[in-house]
Design a binder for this molecule. Structure first.
Ligand SMILES: Cc1ncc(COP(=O)(O)O)c(C=O)c1O
Length: 365
């Protein structure tokens, strides 16, 4: 993005959002989901901003996804009330907070274990209501969820709890970020949905019916219309995109809505320069092909090391950049970058338009 008011570039580092690209991304997935007759419940972990969540809802999202109760609180406080908490709620205090939020909003909660379901069941008993839950199934990520086969027994036990309603099965195809070809990524999307559907059919044979098959990830989302069985999609990163999405072929540079502007503050040698964006700005997530972000327009620069405030950039060959020059960086993983910023800045056609407060940042409980 070309920022027209040059003075703004004299106070870096900051995250800039190209609002036209962001809106394009929001509308793209809303349209894809609508055409596929699939509900869109974007994961707001990427932007952590009620203002952007509202834009996603206005574009056609059915509800939103958050990871933590504090993130749900932020959204509820701004009037957003149809929320999937895609993270197990464990512990007395958390259950108390969940119970309080349950009175204010339409919540679904994800879990993968009978013991965790018991806690939610207790909350349901208190409210004299059946609380909707999604069961996490492992379809290849090896994070939450048991395998389809191992899940069966667990799901059937959970279904016996009187104040629980198993409304869906869910997975996350984060493992698709390792892949580089359409073919491999489409295969993961289809495998993922097929495993969830097999689990659904198996529990239905035992008399437990679920209505939703909810899948996530920007890595696989472009194959939405070719993915069978699914009823809901929870992609999050698509709103901004990042280097990891570029690596999967899911976006191009011109689809990256959020970039970091940083200034060259030192050039100690012809092989090295220092920028004012370190780990406090770029976060620590590594990219498979190396480096801590891609400096746009400079294929011969590699941000190979970070201290908190310094980005240490290796120069391969020649580089005309010098102290005071400003670079634009596509981060490896945009979600933790946003989590580090109190505010990000929205631009349209290179002109500053608005500040976007990241109310959900740091909310890890
Ligand atoms: C449970 C869950 N659902 C959906 C998403 C969204 O995936 P992505 O950021 O790849 O779009 C994530 C991301 O971490 C997730 O953990």
């Amino acid at each position: 993005m070309k920022i027209i008011e040059k003075e703004l570039l004299t106070d870096t580092p900051f995250v800039a959002v190209d609002l036209n690209i962001m809106e394009q991304n929001i509308n793209w997935l809303a349209k894809l989901a609508k055409e596929g007759q699939i509900k869109l419940r974007p994961h707001t972990k990427t932007h952590k901003s009620p203002w952007i969540a509202q834009k996603q809802l206005e574009a056609g999202a059915y509800g939103i996804t958050v990871a933590k109760l504090q993130e749900a609180e932020v959204m509820i406080n701004q009037g957003i009330t149809d929320i999937l908490v895609a993270f197990p709620i464990v512990g007395k205090k958390k259950l108390e907070r969940f119970s309080e939020l349950y009175s204010k909003a339409k919540l679904i909660v994800a879990l993968d274990d009978y013991k965790v379901a018991q806690g939610i069941n207790d909350v349901g008993e208190h409210h004299k209501a059946k609380i909707p839950i999604y069961i996490d199934v492992d379809t290849g990520l090896r994070r939450m969820g048991k395998t389809s086969q191992e899940s069966l027994k667990e799901i059937l036990e959970i279904a016996k709890l009187p104040y629980i309603h198993i409304s869906g099965l869910m997975s996350h195809t984060g493992h698709a970020y390792k892949e580089r070809t359409d073919e491999a990524i489409r295969k993961i999307a289809i495998e993922d949905a097929t495993i969830l559907n097999q689990t659904k059919e198996a529990i239905e044979r035992a008399g437990v019916y679920v209505s939703e098959i909810s899948v996530g990830s920007t890595a696989t989302v472009r194959f939405l219309k070719e993915t069978p069985f699914i009823t809901e999609v929870r992609a999050g990163t698509y709103v901004f995109n990042d280097r990891a999405v570029l690596g999967t072929g899911g976006a191009t540079e011109t689809d990256c809505a959020a970039t970091i502007f940083a200034t060259v503050v030192s050039k100690p040698s012809n092989e090295r320069l220092i920028i004012d964006a370190g780990s406090k700005t770029l976060a620590q997530d590594l990219y498979r092909e190396g480096g801590h972000g891609y400096i746009k327009g400079f294929d011969n620069l590699a941000i190979n090391r970070l201290s908190e405030e310094h980005g240490i950039v290796d120069i391969i060959g020649k580089c005309s950049l010098n102290i005071g020059d400003v670079v634009e960086i596509i981060p490896n993983h945009i979600c933790p970058v946003i989590n580090l910023a109190d505010k990000i800045y929205g631009f349209r056609d290179g002109i500053y338009e608005r500040e976007i407060r990241i109310e959900g940042r740091g909310k890890n409980r």
